[in-house]
Design a protein around this ligand. Structure first.
Ligand SMILES: [Zn+2]
Length: 143
């Protein structure tokens, strides 16, 4: 979806949503777009400057903003989990699958561990009934 700032021949400005830019051309050609204030169908695209002066991000739609907020919340949640794991568990690197087995079979101290495991490791552990929690490997943010 895209939003256009439109303007009728009397100078009324209004916003309208379209599937895409072709949708705008189509609806304009069939006279489906009319000014909500005077009904004028002579509409054209106005310059995209509906919120000049608001921190200069007028081109970022609220939808895009919301999407990036959600993405940020998800990343924050992943980092919270990652940090909790790093603070409370032992890092065992590529030994992860072997160490998880030793813990499972009582051959070593029971504790939380984390490390790297291949998809094959994960599947093998799963088949042995060893619970593994996977953290998405999202790229770390610099901030
Ligand atoms: Zn009008």
């Amino acid at each position: 979806m895209i939003t256009y700032q439109l303007k009728c021949s009397s100078g009324h400005e209004f916003e309208a949503w379209f599937r895409n830019s072709a949708g705008y051309d189509e609806q304009r050609a069939t006279g489906d777009i009319s000014c909500p204030m005077c009904g004028d169908m002579e509409v054209m695209k106005a310059l995209m400057a509906p919120s000049v002066g608001k921190k200069g991000n007028a081109s970022v739609s609220t939808h895009e903003q919301r999407a990036s907020e959600v993405a940020r919340e998800v990343l924050d949640a992943v980092e919270t989990i990652r940090k909790h794991v790093e603070d409370n568990c032992d890092y065992v690197g590529k030994e992860f699958a072997d160490e998880a087995r030793r813990i499972h079979y009582g051959e070593t101290e029971e504790r939380g561990i984390y490390g790297e495991a291949t998809p094959e490791d994960n599947q093998a552990l799963d088949e042995e009934g060893i619970e593994v929690f996977r953290i998405p490997t999202a790229p770390r943010r610099d901030s």
